[in-house]
Design a protein around this ligand. Structure first.
Ligand code: ZN
Ligand code: ZN
Ligand code: ZN
Length: 295
């Protein structure tokens, strides 16, 4: 039992240092040969407090009301200066190239207070190009692509339909951006509804981003909703059903699940990635409940 001996050694250390005003957990760790975290755990468990750092009183205060504020703040929330909202048709400063540019030249962003990024599109693209060439950039690009195509299979499907139609000549890309007044000839297909994959507008990069693309226009089938609801409410209040549904779709390459798919998966002799014993038990119970409700 190593933890007992570690605890004993820490206690021995405490006996020797019983008059110290402050204890250094890292040092104790080095002395008794364990991690700082383990030492803290032991000290906490025996009610020792001398190793805890005293929280220094916040020295930063709001100049108006004297409320303590964080290190980087200038005022408290109430007294901070509200920045003006950005308006279409005005020019704003790019923090990167220090030029004033119209608002259309800034990407929208939820992370920023103003609702727009601080760098202009050109600066951002420049940075992105350089980042994408690094190993980390390539990896994260690939990951993001995989994640989004897993999350929005209907989007991948829609773009694939467009790609096929363009290749076969059934769909002809526009010569220039379809947004009024835009002459950009570098256009791409932009959907308003992924369930109508061939209803596209041809837009430039800027206007693709400017139009409100459908967030998720994917409508779950009735069975999917039923399955999800059953697992969540009747069984375990987790989102396991969503995970299983995605695993099913991936394995069978389907965009929707069906009864026969569920039955196939339950009876599948070979293991399906992401679908274990729990899935089989619960999916079977789900099917039983449906059969019962039909009687
Ligand atoms: Zn204040
Ligand atoms: Zn710039
Ligand atoms: Zn355009």
């Amino acid at each position: 039992m190593t933890s007992v001996t570690t605890k004993n050694r820490v206690q021995e250390y405490l006996v020797i240092h019983s008059s110290d005003p402050v204890l250094n957990a890292s040092e104790i760790g080095r002395t008794v040969g364990t991690s700082r975290q383990r030492v803290c755990q032991i000290l906490d468990s025996i009610g020792e407090t001398r190793h805890k750092r005293q929280v220094k009183a916040l020295r930063h205060r709001c100049p108006v009301c004297e409320i303590p504020i964080s290190r980087n703040a200038k005022h408290c929330k109430e007294h901070s200066v509200k920045r003006q909202e950005r308006k279409e048709g005005f020019n704003y400063l790019c923090r990167s190239c220090s030029q004033y540019k119209p608002l259309e030249q800034f990407a929208k962003s939820n992370r920023h207070f103003s609702g727009y990024e601080t760098r202009c599109l050109i600066c951002k693209a420049e940075w992105q190009r350089r980042y994408n060439q690094t190993r980390k950039g390539k990896e994260s690009h690939l990951k993001a692509n995989r994640r989004s195509s897993r999350k929005y299979p209907e989007r991948v499907r829609a773009y694939y339909q467009v790609y096929k139609s363009v290749r076969s000549g059934n769909l002809v890309p526009a010569e220039q951006c379809e947004e009024r007044g835009c002459r950009d000839t570098n256009v791409r297909a932009s959907h308003t509804d992924y369930n109508k994959p061939l209803e596209v507008r041809w837009l430039c990069a800027l206007h693709t981003r400017r139009t409100d693309t459908p967030r998720v226009s994917h409508v779950s089938s009735k069975l999917e909703t039923q399955f999800r609801g059953y697992i969540f409410e009747q069984i375990d209040h987790t989102n396991s059903a969503t995970r299983w549904i995605n695993a099913l779709k991936r394995y069978y390459c389907q965009s929707d699940i069906s009864y026969s798919l569920l039955i196939d998966a339950i009876n599948s002799p070979e293991p399906i990635p992401g679908l274990g014993r729990q899935f089989k038990i619960k999916a079977r119970r789900f099917l039983d409940s449906i059969i019962k409700s039909l009687d």
